[in-house]
Write a protein of this length. Structure first.
Lengths: 272, 1305
């Protein structure tokens, strides 16, 4: 059961300072607008925090009415359905802060990004993630046993950045049965240049021993430990902006270090 | 609940117990081999192999001791003064008993049996009814059968004094022979024994019934067996009415069944509290003519029997709760044949059933699903424990783990690596470790001992596809030799051969660890790692005693077995598990096995055990052989094993996996042993690193950008619900209401509000106050509403004692609201994490626990503004003291130690601390009343007047409470047992429990007067709560009171004085209590001449107690070296006011008497610590707690003597020269169970203070402790959040201020 309030609270309060710049070629006003600075919750999604940015830049850009806003970092369009913290850890963990993003209203990269029609889309994406995670953890029994209003509270807790509101419900999703662990571990492993990896992984061994983060990485991404293949590259395993020691039990990580969508998003970042 | 034990006997005559909290059979040490055993919770009786009766009493920290007393009588004559030689012929003897009816010289008093010994010599008791006597202990009187007084008067013609001496039962933890009926034990040997009957309704407490059967079929009853006289006095034959008996069984409520030689079953009828022997036998008809019973076993409602052909029978309709009156219920109605073939059956006190299978005597079976409504249960379930199944393997691992914890740490991390490595080589490792392939060389190697390692390596070499590097094997051999030398020096006696193989096991395994790792990682530090491992192992062995020696290799092997499993395919897993089985049973040093191995008998025990573990290694192949010779069980007794239907023992569940990472082996059975605070996860290095990184993340990503705009503005969150509100204004009633609880986190906390909208005469009204005004929220009893009710107090409402009362529709909803409001308030008040070591603890009559965090200077806070927050758990009292040591006592007397956590109970998940939350149980009685009215036609009957109260009601009569309809207080509570009549209600009752009165609301008395037209009797039923909280069960010593020293220890290793009073009035001193180990090590019994009622440890270890006779005692001579002190100083009670509670602060001493008056001891100084006089201060005080600054806090209570008020003694007035405060210092009436404190206490000028502030929280508060409440900060250990403190500690060289400015968590 997720019961380390100190860690949960610290993670929830994680914020990223972001400098939003309007793409130079989209500026239609006389002068270039000043960048927009915001503290953005790591746990959240860009469409949820974009209101202020959009409002700020709209007057500087012409013929963008109705066009969907999208963000880009160093030529990389950012997927809105990844939590913000994941995007940062994956692409920009070594960058100088604030994180400088380019705001676009035109030329939506259809082949790289999904459209986001609104916050409802984020909600349905979020809820389906939570359900998928629960299917892995408890065969979906917990989430299906909840009422509609509990689902709503979960979402509203995230949307409005309310720790207690969110965790009042989420702790039920983090409970585990008699086995003291989840059925499978909901995790996704990202690398900047490869598709993300998701596999079935039991948090304990057949003997009931806890499996550790090292075990997981070794199984899913053996290249991290395989230094001989390319000695020049070494990898960092980043979750929620930190590098948990390899001897951290995955069960504990899943309970405490999962994003609100109940997935453990693990970023493999190479540090040349 | 303390663990209880299941007893069993194996065919070798050895007796084993299995704890309800354990997972392993433990051998009972004793000099004698037994055939049968019958257990009660306190002791066990057995039939030895010599067919004599033996008694086994567990040694307890409080010894069984009995006072012997005799009186010396003297008469005055003018010639010689007082003398014992010249008593008149009509007088009593010079030495006599108290009444003077018997001659009783000192030397006539002998020990009842060789199992007793004298504690010391005769000495004079100088205390008469709480008053000290003059020197010599003489009590004077005019003539002998008169009233004695302590003073010699002009007309005192006779005097007497009391000599006392204590004897002690010393044959504990061993089988003590009970003399037989005849001098010659062979004349009529015993064949069965049955003990029980401890719960016969209303019998003298402590009485036990013991019955036995001889070879001649005669039945005997052991007279006067009692908790204080465990052996009893003599055997009394009970007429068997011509039926020769073979076996007998006794239940806890004295249900007695016996089997005759003819296979008949008979029941003893007429057993009552006055006649424990009963009156006659009644034969129970067999189910069929051809059924011949062999054995029977009884509980309270459960009767089970075994007949010829191993058939099992259960008797329907038996109920012994009604006592002897209901004969039909003792006999039952019908036999039911059960499935299964059993050789033996045993029924426990809760009607739980154990048995031995007729075909497989190697397992004890437990009947699953036996509940009060389903007495026959569902299925037989084998206790795999007897063979050391996986569960017991785990427990043995973790128990041995603890011993070599530090050493094994490294080891296990190596194991992990191995495991990972072996995972990545699935096709290599399994082959190498598959036992059947390697078996030849295995067996060989055992025989050849020392050569084994090489052999084994060879076999590996040949099987494995990769070869060992020669270097490695050489190195390992070298290491091995070094080890041997070292070991040899340590334990010369050990046999070289067995020794060798033992060590080489370990070495071999390590070499194997090493190999795949080398392959897998290929890193350069491999060599260093191996060396480290090697170094660790011998160190662990050398440092520890041979017990650990035994454990250490076993442990490492177990771990290795585990790692093998990971590589072995599933089919092989079973075999390797069973190999462990064999070893565990072997660990008990199974005699038959030893014989099989034909080992030399002269070998020492330690080498024997080592031999055991050596063979166990070969057990991997030979387990099939080892499996058989394990001695079979021949007898099992569940009579002392209490199992509730809702708290199952650990026997069936596997040991919990190491949920908190492998670095922590302190789990499972050890969980309750040494965990102080949150050492489990919080101290794991990975957690510290994670937390540190998180703080660094904050520093990097958030700190420099604080001025940025937030992307999402935080707004408040409103929790809404529909409840019922108790209208404050007339008419008082429940009205529907809507509740809004506005919460927010971070900034904007100030505008959180609590609003309750309700309708008042069709107009919408609402009640609103800021959350910050709430001082307490708790669950309350509220008669008249079946729904659960919660109460919210604000400062104003606390003073007026009218909380906002809200009724919820379900328990769940109540808990939801209670935790939501409580947590929101805690956040607002800044109460996070665990209470500080200065906190004030209190309990309510519901058993709820509340904590108040004192401000720096507590005196300033008015009592009604103190914020009380709830902690999980259920306790009658909590006492705190110096060094942050906090102990509690449950309603059932169980001691609980505070673990340093928070939350538990209804505070779940993130509202609870990550560690230190344990299951807690408690038991209390629920009472209802049966009311009857007399009428001329039928006498007393349940037909009352229409105006009368309900015929079944609560104590007030206003609430109907039927036996069926009365529910437990909350869903956490469960009924245990059934309703029984309370024969000893307060106020007394007649033999059937009735209390009489002229009319209903009148006062009741225990006899029927001529004008008594109504009567009532009290029924009681036990209820048990199972909850959780930051409490850990203290050793099984039932307590009445407890006290921790008020002084702060100077260092964390200073011993902390903790004294307690046992339920029977024994004074106990806890040894080994220090700041970081508050549970201490053991109890030290401090002998007293009479039972005590309360204890308090003041400054400088001044210990005061109050005695049962109302006087007080001061313990003298307490020093660091002699923490229990040397002698008692008797301090008489104030005149005719028996003291019931005492509290000693840094310097002052306060006491409360039976009539709720508060007394202050004057002139207590360091040179004269006993003071001079008791001064009266105030009525209406239920409890007093004096703090380390001599602060005085009380629980105020209406006195039974309402309105009485005696003026303060003049001397006191003169001394203080301030008459005003005497009148001000009067606790007003009408404040029942309210927290108050004394204002104006100033040491040393005004130790008794000036006025009372009794505006505090209350209405049902029963206990309070401010004894940890120092005004200045204690030297160490003050932090609201342990984890934050650790981070600070880790990061000291960095910028520590960051964490101060940034609230953690």
């Amino acid at each position: 059961m997720a019961d380390d309030r100190e860690v949960l609270r610290e993670l929830w309060d994680g914020r990223l300072p972001i400098k939003f710049n309007l793409a130079a070629d989209e500026v239609s006003s006389m002068e270039h607008p000043e960048p927009c600075y915001l503290l953005v919750p790591r746990q959240s999604y860009f469409p949820l925090v974009a209101d202020k940015v959009q409002r700020y830049f709209l007057k500087y850009t012409a013929n963008s009415q109705g066009e969907e806003m999208w963000l880009e970092y160093e030529g990389q369009p950012l997927k809105w359905h990844y939590p913000i913290g994941v995007l940062f850890d994956l692409f920009a963990s070594s960058t100088m802060l604030p994180w400088s993003l380019v705001v676009h209203f035109q030329k939506f990269p259809e082949d790289e990004l999904l459209h986001c029609p609104g916050k409802d889309a984020v909600e349905s994406h979020f809820m389906s993630s939570v359900k998928e995670a629960d299917t892995l953890k408890h065969r979906g029994q917990v989430i299906n046993g909840m009422q509609k209003k509990d689902h709503k509270q979960l979402w509203m807790g995230l949307q409005n950045d309310k720790f207690d509101q969110f965790w009042a419900i989420n702790r039920r999703l983090m409970e585990h049965g008699e086995e003291n662990c989840f059925k499978h571990l909901p995790f996704r492993l990202y690398q900047s240049d490869k598709p993300c990896v998701q596999r079935l992984f039991r948090p304990i061994t057949e003997e009931g021993e806890q499996r550790l983060l090292g075990d997981l990485v070794r199984e899913v991404a053996p290249q991290v430990f395989n230094t001989e293949e390319d000695a020049s590259r070494s990898w960092k395993v980043v979750i929620q902006g930190v590098e948990p020691p390899m001897e951290t039990p995955v069960q504990w990580l899943s309970e405490h270090f999962s994003y609100p969508d109940n997935f453990l998003h693990i970023c493999l970042v190479s540090s040349q | 609940m303390p663990a209880t034990y299941l007893w069993s006997v194996d065919s070798a005559g050895k007796v084993y117990t299995l704890s309800t909290g354990g997972r392993q059979w433990e051998e009972v040490k004793g000099d004698i081999e037994l055939k049968r055993v019958t257990a009660t919770e306190q002791c066990a009786w057995g039939i030895g192999c010599d067919h004599q009766v033996y008694l086994y009493v567990h040694s307890r920290e409080v010894p069984i001791r009995c006072q012997e007393a005799t009186y010396e009588n003297q008469r005055w004559n003018p010639m010689e003064g007082f003398s014992g030689q010249h008593l008149l012929p009509t007088d009593r003897w010079h030495w006599s008993n108290q009444q003077g009816t018997q001659l009783q010289p000192k030397d006539s008093c002998t020990l009842p049996s060789p199992h007793w010994s004298w504690e010391d010599d005769w000495y004079i008791d100088e205390n008469i009814r709480g008053e000290p006597t003059d020197k010599g202990g003489w009590q004077y009187a005019v003539d002998f059968p008169a009233q004695y007084g302590p003073k010699k008067r002009w007309n005192s013609c006779v005097r007497r004094r009391k000599w006392i001496r204590y004897r002690r039962y010393h044959a504990t933890d061993n089988w003590a022979l009970i003399p037989g009926v005849f001098e010659d034990p062979l004349k009529e040997p015993f064949i069965d024994v049955a003990a029980g009957g401890a719960e016969l309704t209303d019998q003298p407490p402590g009485r036990v019934s013991v019955w036995t059967v001889t070879i001649m079929g005669r039945i005997f009853y052991r007279t006067e067996v009692h908790a204080m006289n465990p052996e009893g006095v003599s055997w009394q034959e009970v007429d068997n009415e011509g039926r020769e008996c073979t076996q007998i069984s006794l239940g806890p409520s004295c249900l007695l069944w016996a089997v005759t030689w003819d296979g008949e079953v008979m029941v003893r009828v007429g057993i009552t509290r006055d006649n424990p022997i009963g009156t006659s036998w009644q034969v129970v008809a067999p189910p069929r003519e051809d059924v011949h019973f062999l054995q029977v076993s009884v509980g309270v409602k459960g009767v089970w029997a075994v007949s010829r052909g191993d058939k099992v029978w259960s008797r329907k309709g038996v109920d012994a709760t009604g006592g002897a009156e209901d004969q039909a219920a003792l006999v039952g109605s019908a036999w039911v044949e059960m499935v299964g073939a059993m050789a033996l059956i045993s029924v426990g006190p809760n009607d739980q059933v154990w048995s031995l299978d007729a075909n497989d005597r190697y397992m004890v079976y437990f009947r699953k699903g036996v509940t009060p409504s389903e007495l026959s249960g569902k299925t037989w379930k084998a206790l795999e424990i007897s063979k050391g199944g996986p569960a017991s393997m785990n427990s043995s691992v973790s128990s041995s783990m603890s011993d070599i914890y530090s050493q094994s740490n490294m080891l296990s991390s190596q194991m992990d690596r191995l495991q990972v490595a072996s995972d990545s080589f699935p096709d290599i490792q399994p082959q190498a470790s598959r036992p059947n392939l390697a078996s030849d060389s295995f067996t060989d190697s055992t025989q050849k001992g020392g050569e084994k390692a090489e052999k084994f390596e060879d076999s590996q070499d040949s099987k494995a596809t990769h070869s060992l590097s020669e270097e490695t094997s050489k190195e390992s051999k070298k290491k091995k030799e070094g080890e041997e030398e070292e070991e040899d020096n340590k334990e010369r006696k050990a046999l070289h051969e067995s020794y060798n193989s033992d060590i080489s096991d370990t070495v071999v395994d390590f070499t194997r660890d090493y190999v795949p790792q080398k392959q897998g990682a290929g890193s350069n530090n491999k060599e260093a790692q191996t060396v480290r491992t090697m170094e660790n192992t011998p160190k662990g062995k050398a440092e520890n005693t041979h017990r650990t020696l035994e454990g250490s290799p076993e442990n490492s092997r177990n771990a290795i077995c585990g790692s093998q499993d990971s590589g072995i395919s599933k089919g092989n897993m079973a075999s390797s598990t069973e190999s462990v089985d064999a070893r565990t049973s072997n660990g008990k040093r199974n005699p038959v096995l030893e014989k099989l191995q034909q080992e030399d008998e002269s070998q020492s025990e330690s080498s024997g055990s080592r031999r055991g573990s050596a063979t166990s290694f070969t057990g991997i192949d030979m387990y099939a052989d080892l499996y058989q010779p394990d001695p079979a069980w021949v007898w099992v007794s569940g009579g002392g094993c209490v199992i509730d239907t809702f708290t199952q023992p650990n026997w069936f569940t596997a040991a919990p996996s190491h949920t908190n990472g492998r670095g922590n082996s302190m789990l499972g059975p050890l969980d309750s042993m040494a965990i102080w605070g949150q050492v489990q996860i919080n101290d794991a290095p990975w957690r510290k690193r994670v937390l540190l990184q998180l703080h660094e993340r904050t520093t990097k990503e958030l700190q420099p950008f604080q001025d940025y705009e937030q992307a999402i503005e935080r707004t408040s969150w409103i929790k809404k619900g529909s409840l019922q509100y108790w209208s404050d204004t007339k008419p008082h009633r429940w009205v529907d209401c809507r509740l809004h609880l506005e919460q927010s986190s971070g900034k904007g906390l100030y505008d959180c509000k609590f609003t309750c909208y309700y309708k008042y005469y069709d107009s919408e009204k609402y009640l609103q106050f800021p959350l910050s005004e709430i001082v307490c929220v708790l669950r309350v009893n509220h008669g008249g509403n079946q729904r659960p009710v919660l109460a919210i107090y604000t400062a104003k409402r606390t003073a007026k004692k009218v909380p906002v009362r809200l009724a919820c529709s379900t328990e769940k909803e109540l808990e939801d609201w209670l935790t939501a409001i409580s947590l929101a308030c805690c956040e607002l008040q800044g109460c996070k994490g665990a209470p500080t070591s200065r906190a004030v603890w209190s309990t309510t009559c519901r058993g709820d626990i509340f904590v108040y965090e004192p401000t720096h200077d507590m005196e300033i806070t008015p009592a009604n503004q103190m914020f009380w927050r709830q902690m999980g758990g259920h306790l009658n009292m909590v006492e705190c003291g110096g060094g942050g040591v906090v102990w509690g006592v449950g309603f059932d007397g169980t001691g609980w130690v505070y673990t340093g956590g928070y939350g538990g109970g209804m505070f779940k998940g993130i509202a609870s601390s990550p560690g230190g939350i344990h299951t807690q149980t408690d038991v209390k009685y629920i009472y209802i009343y049966e009311n009857q009215r007399w009428n001329p036609m039928t006498g007393f009957s349940d037909r009352g007047f229409p105006t009368d109260r309900y015929m079944w009601s609560d104590i007030t009569g206003r609430q109907e409470c039927t036996k069926e309809g009365t529910k437990t207080p909350t869903t956490e509570w469960h009924w245990v047992g059934d309703w029984t009549i309370d024969y000893k209600p307060p106020g007394g009752a007649d033999k059937k429990g009735w209390q009489y009165a002229t009319d209903f609301p009148a006062s009741y008395h225990g006899y029927k007067g001529w004008n008594d037209y109504v009567r009532r009797r009290r029924w009681m039923r036990k209820a048990k709560i199972v909850t959780t909280g930051p409490w850990m069960e203290a050793p099984p010593q039932h307590l009445k009171d407890i006290s921790v020293q008020v002084d702060q220890p100077e260092s964390s290793t200073d011993p902390i004085a903790l004294w307690a009073i046992g339920v029977n009035g024994d004074v106990l001193c806890r040894m080994g209590v220090i700041q970081d180990f508050p549970q201490g090590v053991s109890w030290l019994h401090v002998p007293t001449d009479q039972p005590m009622s309360s204890v308090s440890v003041g400054g400088n270890n001044r210990v005061w107690v109050t005695a049962q006779d109302g006087s007080a005692f001061f313990r003298n001579g307490i020093t660091q070296k002699e923490p229990q002190g040397t002698c008692w100083f008797h301090i008489p009670s104030p005149h005719n006011r028996p003291l019931v509670q005492v509290s000693v602060g840094e310097s002052s001493v306060w006491a409360v008497d039976k009539f709720h008056w508060l007394w202050f001891r004057t002139q207590v100084t360091s040179t004269f610590p006993e003071g001079t006089r008791w001064d009266y201060l105030s009525p209406n005080v239920k409890k007093v707690s004096v703090g380390p600054q001599d602060q005085v806090w009380i629980i105020a209570e209406d006195s039974p003597e309402k309105g009485t008020w005696i003026p303060m003694a003049d001397e006191v007035m003169d001394k203080v020269k301030e008459k005003v405060w005497v009148l001000q210092g009067y606790v007003p009436q009408g404040s029942r169970g309210v927290v108050g404190h004394r204002l104006g206490v100033k040491i040393p000028e005004i130790p008794i203070g000036k006025t009372w502030d009794t505006q505090g929280i209350g209405g049902g508060w029963i206990h309070l402790s401010i004894r940890a409440c120092t005004v200045q900060d204690p030297p160490t250990g003050v932090c609201t959040d342990d984890a934050a403190a650790t981070v600070k500690g880790v990061h000291e060289e960095g910028d520590a201020t960051i964490y101060n400015s940034q609230p953690v968590c």
